[in-house]
Design a protein around this ligand. Sequence first.
Ligand SMILES: *[C@@H]1O[C@H](CO)[C@@H](O)[C@H](O)[C@H]1NC(C)=O
Ligand SMILES: *[C@@H]1O[C@H](CO)[C@@H](O)[C@H](O)[C@H]1NC(C)=O
Ligand SMILES: *[C@@H]1O[C@H](CO)[C@@H](O)[C@H](O)[C@H]1NC(C)=O
Ligand SMILES: *[C@@H]1O[C@H](CO)[C@@H](O)[C@H](O)[C@H]1NC(C)=O
Ligand SMILES: *[C@@H]1O[C@H](CO)[C@@H](O)[C@H](O)[C@H]1NC(C)=O
Ligand SMILES: *[C@@H]1O[C@H](CO)[C@@H](O)[C@H](O)[C@H]1NC(C)=O
Ligand SMILES: *[C@@H]1O[C@H](CO)[C@@H](O)[C@H](O)[C@H]1NC(C)=O
Ligand SMILES: *[C@@H]1O[C@H](CO)[C@@H](O)[C@H](O)[C@H]1NC(C)=O
Ligand SMILES: *[C@@H]1O[C@H](CO)[C@@H](O)[C@H](O)[C@H]1NC(C)=O
Ligand SMILES: *[C@@H]1O[C@H](CO)[C@@H](O)[C@H](O)[C@H]1NC(C)=O
Length: 821
Amino acid sequence: MNPFLPIAPTKDFVAVSCMLMEDQGYASCVTSRRRVQNLSGQNLTNVPLDLNNETQFLDISYNPLVELQVAPFQRLSQLCFLKATSCGLRLINPGVFVHTPKLEFLNISNNLLENIPDLSLPLLKILDLAGNQYDSYQLPATFATLANLSVLYLGSVNALQVDLDDFDSLSDSSLHYLIIGGGVEWQRYDRGSLAKMKSLQKITLKVPFCENLDLFENLLEDVNETQTTDLELVNVLPDLCNVTGDPFRTLRTMPLVKNVTIVNTWINSSFMVMFLKNVFLSNVRMITFANITYSEDTPDGFKFPTLNHTMVLSSFILDSIKHYQYKYPIIEISVDMFSKMDYLKVSGSKINTVPCNLISSFPSLATLDLSNNVLTETGFWPSICSHTSVFPKLRHLSLSKNRFVDLSFIAQQTHQMKYLESLDLSFNSIFLDKPCFWPIHITSLSLSNNNLGNKVFSFLSQYLQRIDLSKTVITALTKEDLLQFPMLTHLFLSSNSIKVIPTDLSPTLVSLYIDQNYITSVSRESLAGLPSLRTLKAGDNPFVCSCDSYWFMTALNKSLLPDWPMDYTCSTPPSVADLPMSEYRTSRMSCEAWLQAAVALPVTMLIVLALCSAFYACDGVWYTKMLWVWIRVKRRGQKQANLLNNTTFRYHSFISYSHQDSAWVESKLVPSLEGAGLSLCIHERDFVPGQWIVDNIINCVEASYKTLFVLSNHFVQSEWCNYELFFAQHRALDAQQDSLVFILLEPIPTNSLPKKFLKLRRLLMQQTYLEWPKDERKQQVFWVNLRTMLQVADHRILKDMALELTQSASLIPDDLDPLLK
Ligand SMILES: *[C@@H]1O[C@H](CO)[C@@H](O)[C@H](O)[C@H]1NC(C)=O
Ligand SMILES: *[C@@H]1O[C@H](CO)[C@@H](O)[C@H](O)[C@H]1NC(C)=O
Ligand SMILES: *[C@@H]1O[C@H](CO)[C@@H](O)[C@H](O)[C@H]1NC(C)=O
Ligand SMILES: *[C@@H]1O[C@H](CO)[C@@H](O)[C@H](O)[C@H]1NC(C)=O
Ligand SMILES: *[C@@H]1O[C@H](CO)[C@@H](O)[C@H](O)[C@H]1NC(C)=O
Ligand SMILES: *[C@@H]1O[C@H](CO)[C@@H](O)[C@H](O)[C@H]1NC(C)=O
Ligand SMILES: *[C@@H]1O[C@H](CO)[C@@H](O)[C@H](O)[C@H]1NC(C)=O
Ligand SMILES: *[C@@H]1O[C@H](CO)[C@@H](O)[C@H](O)[C@H]1NC(C)=O
Ligand SMILES: *[C@@H]1O[C@H](CO)[C@@H](O)[C@H](O)[C@H]1NC(C)=O
Ligand SMILES: *[C@@H]1O[C@H](CO)[C@@H](O)[C@H](O)[C@H]1NC(C)=O
C-alpha cells in the first residue's frame, strides 16, 4: 500500500478488496513468519499430518483435497488463518474446527460444498463461503455462536432464492459486511430477510437484476432497515438488459446510504441519466463506477439532469470506464450543480487530455485524481487553455501512473494552483535536467517509482514536509541531502539501495520508511540523529545479526517499528540466515564493550598472572635473563675481542671471596674457569704474604683483566670494607669499573647492606651480576656466561643489560630478586 496517500475520498471509505481482507487476516494473526505454512498448489491429496504445532497461518489452497479430515488439525490449536480455496472440497468433517478454537479467518471459497458447514468459532472474524454449490442461503443454527463475525461471504450458483429465515442465526451478530450472490439472478427474495441483520453497515450484492427488478426494490427497502451506509452492486444490470422502470428510485428515500458503487456493469447513457437523477436527489455522498462499459444510446450524448437545488454528492469516482462506441463521450455538465463536489477521480480510462476549464472550474474541488491514464504535460496543461484561474480550491493532485516527464515544467505550472499542497507524480517517467522552482504552498511530493537517482534531492522544494522517493534508484542518503528541507517530517525511501542511515540525519523527521533497502544494521547513533522520530519502517533489509544489531534488537523501543517483528529477518551470518530477528539471541556480555572490558581485564590479568607464575615456577626469568646476557655479550663481544690480546694482563681475572665461600670457589669456580684455560689470581693463593691487604688487592687488580667478586653475606660483612678502602684510595680505578664482575652466591637485599658501603650499593644498583643457580642445568649456562664475560665483555654492556632486565622483569617479587629493584 502507498504510505503517501494524501488522496482519500472520505474518512471512512474503505476500499475492501479481497486481497486486503487476506492481508488483514495475516496481519492480525501471524506473529512470526516461521508460523506460516504455505502449502498452496502442491498437488496434495491430504493435509500433511506433521504440521508444526505452532502453525498460525495455513494455506492449503489449490490442492485436490476433496475432504477436510480431523487428524491433521488435531494439534493445530494455534491456527488462526486457514485458507482452503479451490480444493474441490465436498465435505468438511465437523470435528475439524473443534481443534482450532483460535481461528479468526476462514476461507473455503470456490469449492464444491453442497451445504454451508456447521461452525462454532467464537473468535472467527472473516468467513468466506462464496463460490460453492449449496442451494440455499439458510445458515446453520450454530452460526449464532459466531459472536465476533464481522465479514461474511456467501455465494453459490445453485442458490436462486432467499428465504425469510435464512439469516435468523445471525440476527444478534455483529456482522457489518455481507457479500452475497453467486452472479446468478434470484428467482425469489422474501421481503424482510436481509433486514434481520441489523448491524450491517456494508453490503455487496453480486446478483444481476433484469427480469425481476421488483425483487431489487424489495431488497433495497430491507437494506434501508439496517445500518447500511455502503452499497456495492456487482453486475447489477446484465449486458443488453432492457431496463424498464426506475429501480433506483428507492435510493431517494434511503437516508443512511452514503456510498454507492456500481461495478462490472454495462451502462447506457439513458440509464445513467435516470440513475444519476436518483442519486442527486438522495443522500448519497459518494458514487463510484468501476469497470463499466459505457454505451451512448442517447443521440446527443450525456446530459446531466438539471436540478434546481444543489446536491450533497461530494465524491465522484470513475475507474476503468470503457466506451463501447470508441469515441469521446459528449458530456454536458453544469459545474454549478456540483458546488459541493470536493473529490473527483477519473482513472484507468485512457484519458490523454483534460478539457479546458471543465475539471479545473469545479468550485470546491479539493482532490483530483487522474491516475492511471495516458496524460502528458501538454495533455494536462494544453497550450490553448488559459491557466489563470484554475482549480480554485485544489489541494491534492494525483497524476500517478501517467506519462509525465518534465519536473521543471510541472513545478512551474503548479504556481498557478494557489492552494495545491500535495502532488503525486509516482509511476511516471520523470527526468531531471533543468532546475525546478517550486511554489511555497506545495509541502508534499511523491516521485516514487521514477528512475531518478541520488541527485533527486537538489531538484526538490525546500518547503516540503513529506517526500516520497520510494523506488527511485537512490543508492546513498547523506545528511547534506536533507539539510535543505528544514520542515521535513515524513520521508519515504522504501525499495531503494541505501546501505546506511547516516547520523545527524534530520532533527524534524517524524516518520522514516527505509524498508527494502540494503541496510545491515540500525545503530543507536543513527537514531540519535532523529530525535523527533515516531515511526521507522525498516523491515525487509539484509540485517546482520551480530553485535552491530544488538542495540537495535534489545534496547530499541519497538513501538517505533510498525513492521516489527514480521519483516525483520537475519540475513547474515549464514548460521542464522532467515531467522526472525525477534528470535535471535545474543548475550549482553558478548556485545557491550564496557562489559567485555570489565570482564576481560580481570581475565587477562589472571591469564598473565598464571603465565607469569608458570614462567617463574619454571625459572623462565632466570633463563631469559641469562640468554639475554649471553646474546648481548656475544654481539658486542666481537668489538672487544682484541682487547685481551693487545694488553699485557697477567691474569684473566682476580677473584675475591670470603673464607666462608672458599669451598665453593675451590671446588666449582676455580676448576671451571681454569679448566677453560683462564688464568686466575686468587685472593688466598696468590696474595703476597705480609703485604697489606689493600696493596695485595691493588697488585692483583692491576694485573687482572677483570675483577670477580663472589658476593655473599659473609663476603660483604668481612671483606668488603677493604675494597671500600681500595676504591677510596684509587679513584682513578673508577674508570675501570667496567672490569668488575659480581657473582651473587645468595640473595643480598640492597637495603640490608650497611650504609657505609656506598660503593657497593651503587655498584650493585648500577651494574650487572650473575646469580649462582642451585639447579644443575642452569649452572651449565652460568659457567658459559661467566667465561664469556671474563674473556670479552665490557661492563657497560652488562650494565645496560642489567637495566633492561630490571625493566622487563618488573613482575618478579622484591624478595626474590632484590638487586634488580
Ligand atoms: C478467499 O480466497 C479466494 C481465492 O484465493 C480469494 O479470491 C478471496 O478474496 C478470499 N477471500 C477473502 C475474504 O479474502
Ligand atoms: C503461497 O504460495 C503461493 C504459490 O506458491 C503464492 O501464490 C501465495 O502468494 C503464497 N501465499 C502466501 C501468503 O505467501
Ligand atoms: C498430481 O498428482 C497426481 C497423482 O496423485 C498425478 O497424477 C498428477 O499428474 C499430479 N499433477 C501435477 C500437476 O503434478
Ligand atoms: C471480539 O473481538 C473484539 C475485538 O475485535 C474483542 O474485544 C472481543 O473480546 C471479541 N469477542 C469475543 C467473544 O471473542
Ligand atoms: C427508509 O427508512 C426511513 C426511516 O428511517 C423511511 O422514512 C423511508 O421511507 C424508508 N425508505 C424505504 C425505501 O423504505
Ligand atoms: C443499452 O442500450 C442498448 C441499445 O442501445 C440496449 O440493447 C441495451 O439493452 C441497453 N442496456 C441497458 C443496460 O439499458
Ligand atoms: C430490448 O428492447 C428492445 C426494444 O426496445 C428489443 O428489441 C430487445 O429485444 C430487448 N432485449 C431484451 C434482451 O429484452
Ligand atoms: C469487468 O466487467 C466485466 C463485465 O462487465 C467482467 O466480465 C470483467 O471480468 C470485469 N473485469 C474485472 C477486472 O473485474
Ligand atoms: C425547482 O424548485 C421549485 C421550488 O423550490 C419547484 O417548484 C420546482 O418544481 C423545482 N423544479 C425542478 C425541475 O425540480
Ligand atoms: C515504547 O514507546 C511507547 C510509546 O512511545 C510507550 O508507551 C512505551 O511505554 C514504550 N515502551 C518501553 C518498553 O519503553
